[in-house]
Design a protein around this ligand. Sequence first.
Ligand code: CAA
Length: 406
Amino acid sequence: MADFRLSDSEQALYERAMEFARKEIVPRAIELDIANEVPVDICQKAYEAGFMNLHIPKEAGGPHNTLFEETLIYEAMGYGDPGVATSINVNNLAFAPLVIGATIEQLQKYVQPMITSEKARFGAFCLTEREAGSDASATKTTAVRDGDEWVINGTKCWITNAPVADLFTVFAQTEPGSGYKGMAVFMVPKDAGVKIGHIENKLGQRASQQSEVIFENVRIPEDCLVGEVGRGFHIAMMTLDMTRTGIASIATGVCQRALDEASRFANTRIAFGKPIIRNQGISFTLADMAAKAHSARLATRHAAWLADNKLPGLGMDSAIAKLLASDYAMQNTTDAIQIMGGYGYAIEYGMETLFRGAKLLQIYEGTNQIQRIVIANELSKRAKTLDTGFRLNYPGVDAPDHSFKQ
Ligand code: CAA
């Protein structure tokens, strides 16, 4: 029988992560957003609490957490602040291609020292370029083989945690002009000569940093190649299928926090002689916000459960989870501000920071338009074998190719 309850250890993990969020993140979220830096001290505490580097296998010194466990931790981090959550979460994204494609020996050599040191160390996932954002296969960064080394040239942009990172997971083109078929993924240590360029000045999530990463004749040994040449794009896509549940988790936390703050406010704010929650105009909005937080959580946990059980459909379900949860996060923070009125709009009550942070959830790790492409491509595949039971052919339609792949 299906069971929607958390196990005792999952419940304990969730409560521990929520306690961390309430104690360490919520009270400092506004200050950290203003500071516009990677909150290295909170990341250090998260690292010590076991909230970073979740999926590294035990043979390489990692905890080998499930994706489901990640949803519990990152819902809590998102409840605290989506920018802080992003800073803590990005190692999972940076290391996922290596967990997918690298050998245990490579993980032991390059990743193990990063996740077992006393101080939290950061990885960075380098896919995006100025002309290769949504169109990830348009990558122009090159990797050229020279003896037993690879030479990397190019500039990546919008790379989270790059200013503090020690290891860069870099997607590069080994055969320019061959599109995704020539792509490969490499581990590039910072001390190989990686440079940091322009740091973005963003609307929200300012407790996470994104910057350019510049590779000028950066030489790395041949064992920095992850998997085979030609598989880089596939590894990127498999990574994003998994990690979009992480963004959906952060978004679920934002949905819940917006609901909780707005409920607390509406329960105590008196207007016309009664708490405003007693007006249906307010309480119905809160009810809709609760329905959205609940749906976001279910969709997210379901996608993670699919992945953990190696069941098909992860790509579509993680795209659905990311799409729903981030749109709901935007809607719930907007509604929370409306309920809280001036207090929602003023910086010191926190909802303003949360609202600005929510917007990025609809953009990074694939815009929500890209999520719709992923979902639509899968629908197109499934439509070919769909049997609805309806037997009449549509007039004028024979040998249909209903593909709406974009
Ligand atoms: N898993 C494995 N392989 C996959 C795959 C998947 N989910 N999806 C596609 N592929 C394979 C295909 O099978 C095909 O390979 P074969 O020819 O060998 O069969 C190949 O990849 C090309 O597939 P498509 O033609 O479908 O690829 P496309 O060029 O049309 O792109 C896309 C598809 C979904 C739009 C993709 O480009 C995409 O996801 N774009 C968004 C990129 C993105 O999310 N960037 C985020 C950057 S990270 C970030 O934001 C993080 C941060 O800082 C916090």
